[in-house]
Write a protein that binds this ligand. Structure first.
Ligand code: NDP
Ligand code: MG
Length: 392
């Protein structure tokens, strides 16, 4: 019996993870956490009967306790931390943003494996997370489809302490595929007039709002480049991105001898979620089978780094290291929030990220406090930039 904690059970990944778990009788959910979607959480509690539940707001606790007297109920940052450190073998980190950084760090210290959906924490704080993963012998199991594809295309060995070791010396490069997002076929001159509702129309994946906007700017792919650097331990020069509109080839590994291995599948997150939970086993899945005769064509092209500058900025941030990736991530998060509130244009998202990166003084070998401070600074910078206004 494997015990699973789900941080973010009411989100896009959380809901799909629970669907995967419906098909895995040997897995039990020990804790569920949600933000504000209490009606959905109540249904999940009834079905999965966790021992611990946490919600974002303290005022929502009473409603849960009234319907379900058995599980322990908590709220806020403390609740998320309690869930991450509750009894389990694997913690699925599927709350967006930085709020699950500390809970994940503490779960690692308790030697719990992490199924990592949240790419922001690894991009912003890889310098903290990876040494802990190695120290405590924890398996960092990628949920992001591209990173799952890479893991499947270059299966890791397991170090005696228990963490993954990838065959670096045999690899020429990793190739991450990108759908290209909602505006991949848009005339760049029209990007200025695009609204959040347009950016939310993703051509192949159904995901939470923030990551869907990030896909449209290619910032999502940028975060994934940094995520790949930390997960697989390769330098940025060995990580490339190709646009692949069909979202069937989820990523590729080119080996030294020229051989290229890839993982293919339908664009359905239940597949990488399940593999993250069941690794190294493969169990019958719930995602539809791939029919290449239906797909017919697989095409690839170079990303447009001029009109979708977010991707290039991620490479710059990753290479600068220290607190710079945290600034890249936080400036983006704040800019996306402003874009969704119709306060800035789509094209101002990368502009604000770039200005924040230009102004930031990097702290090398950052401690947790440095990363959190850089995060706060970047958000404030973007908010002030809007008022000044530095980009208009
Ligand atoms: P969603 O926005 O759909 O879900 C986020 C989840 O976090 C919800 O359960 C939400 O609760 C919860 N939450 C939000 N704020 C808080 C808070 N303050 N305290 C506790 N819980 C909170 O996001 P996604 O599922 O799309 O993405 C989650 C993560 O996975 C992101 O980091 C994303 O980058 C990553 N990811 C997502 C993919 C996808 O296909 N969706 C693919 C690859 C990675 P509620 O809804 O109840 O308010
Ligand atoms: Mg992805």
């Amino acid at each position: 019996m494997r015990k699973i904690v789900i941080l973010g059970s009411t989100g896009s990944i959380g809901v799909q993870a629970l669907d995967v778990l419906r098909g895995l009788p040997d897995y039990r959910v020990t804790a569920l956490t949600a933000g504000r979607n209490i009606p959905l959480l109540l249904k999940q509690i009834a079905e999965f009967q966790p021992e611990l539940v946490s919600v974002a707001r303290a005022e929502d606790m009473a409603e849960i306790k009234k319907e379900f007297p058995d599980p322990e109920v908590y709220s806020g940052a403390d609740g998320l931390l309690r869930a991450a450190t509750a009894e389990s073998d694997i913690v699925l980190a599927a709350v967006g943003g930085m709020s699950c950084l500390v809970p994940v760090l503490e779960a690692i210290k308790l030697k719990k494996d992490i199924a990592l959906a949240n790419k922001e924490i690894l991009a912003a704080a890889g310098e903290l997370i990876i040494p802990l993963v190695e120290k405590y012998g924890v398996k960092l199991r990628p949920v992001d489809s591209e990173h799952s594809a890479i893991m499947q295309s270059c299966p890791p060995a397991v170090d005696p302490r228990g963490h993954f070791i990838y065959p670096h010396a045999q690899i020429n490069k990793l190739i991450l595929t990108a759908s290209g997002g909602a505006f991949r076929d848009t005339d760049p001159r029209q990007l200025d007039s695009k609204k959040a509702a347009d950016a939310l129309k993703h051509p192949s994946w159904r995901m939470g709002a923030k990551i869907t906007i990030d896909s449209a700017t290619l910032v999502n792919k940028g975060l994934e480049v940094i995520e790949a650097h930390w997960l697989f331990g390769l330098p940025y020069e060995q990580i490339e991105v190709l646009i692949h509109p069909q979202s069937i080839v989820h990523s590729l590994v080119e080996y030294r001898d020229g051989s290229v291995l890839a993982q293919l599948g339908m664009p359905d997150m239940r597949l990488p979620i399940q593999y993250a939970l069941t690794y190294p086993e493969r169990l019958p899945g719930r995602a539809p089978a791939l029919d290449l005769l239906q797909v017919k064509n697989l095409s690839f092209s170079q990303p447009d780094l001029v009109n979708f500058r977010g991707l290039q900025l991620a490479y710059t941030a990753g290479q600068a290291g220290g607190t710079m990736p945290a600034v890249f991530n936080a400036a983006n998060e704040e800019a996306v929030r402003l874009f969704c509130a119709d306060k800035i244009k789509f094209t101002e998202i990368p502009q604000l990220i770039e200005l924040a990166m230009q102004e930031h003084r990097v702290v090398s070998a950052p401690a947790l406090e440095d990363i959190l401070a850089a995060e706060e600074w970047a958000k404030e910078f973007v908010r002030k930039g809007l008022k000044c206004p530095i980009v208009r």
